[in-house]
Design a protein around this ligand. Structure first.
Ligand SMILES: [Zn+2]
Length: 216
């Protein structure tokens, strides 16, 4: 069985880090998605890194403006609109046609904190594609153990959508090792997202359920 892997990089762009990630991906010819934080794009150097990623064939997704409070913990419609729309405006022409969005997850947990009803309604109305994940190996909190965990996660499923981070404490020091080990496993690298991690695709419900929604 050929296992598929979709790699995503969250919480950037980060000067001194994202360019290193892009170099490693280019060397191996792997296309990914960068879920960027809106307020980071206010820095022209970070915005240039998002442009470089886009120019290299990576997809740019929206990962909220402040990356601070999960929508389920602040169900206010104006909060959701600010977090999503301000970031999408900064992403501008770099946006993927499917308007990729990933909610702030609070250390990668999947649960009703991810979305408020207002956030889900806005994402549907404005035809976003809301993308979760199936592996969070923990590059930022466990520099020793995360590569082993990532490889084990990939070995355990047919198609893994992995969250890594292009931040100063993220995956870059061991990203080449991860790529080599997954190549040894014979994985197929893909940029696409399987339905099981897609809550909405261009606004249409796919895997969205009550488990992702805080009760208002
Ligand atoms: Zn994040």
């Amino acid at each position: 069985m050929t296992r598929r892997v979709t790699v995503t990089f969250d919480n950037g762009p980060t000067a001194g880090v994202t360019s290193g990630v892009l170099d490693l991906l280019a060397r191996r010819g792997i296309a990914t998605t960068f879920f960027v934080i809106g307020r980071k794009l206010l820095d022209p150097d970070a915005a240039a890194l998002a442009e470089a990623a886009h120019a290299a064939g990576h997809w740019i997704g929206n990962h909220t403006f402040t990356h601070s409070v999960a929508f389920g913990d602040d169900p206010d419609a104006a909060y959701a609109a600010r977090e999503i729309e301000a970031t999408q405006a900064l992403i501008g022409p770099l946006a993927h046609p499917d308007r990729l969005f990933r909610p702030y997850g609070n250390s990668g947990k999947i649960g009703p904190h991810l979305l408020s009803r207002a956030a889900a309604d806005l994402l549907a109305r404005q035809r976003y594609t809301c993308v979760l994940w199936s592996s969070v190996p923990g590059d930022w909190r466990d520099p020793e153990g995360w590569v082993d965990r990532a490889v084990a996660d990939v070995a355990a499923r047919d198609w893994t959508v992995m969250v890594l981070h292009d931040i100063a404490t993220g995956c870059l020091p061991r990203l080449a090792e991860l790529i080599a080990r997954l190549d040894d496993l014979g994985v197929t690298w893909t940029q696409e997202f399987p339905d099981d991690v897609v809550l909405l695709r261009a606004g249409r419900p796919v895997s969205l359920s009550a488990t992702h929604l805080a009760e208002a």
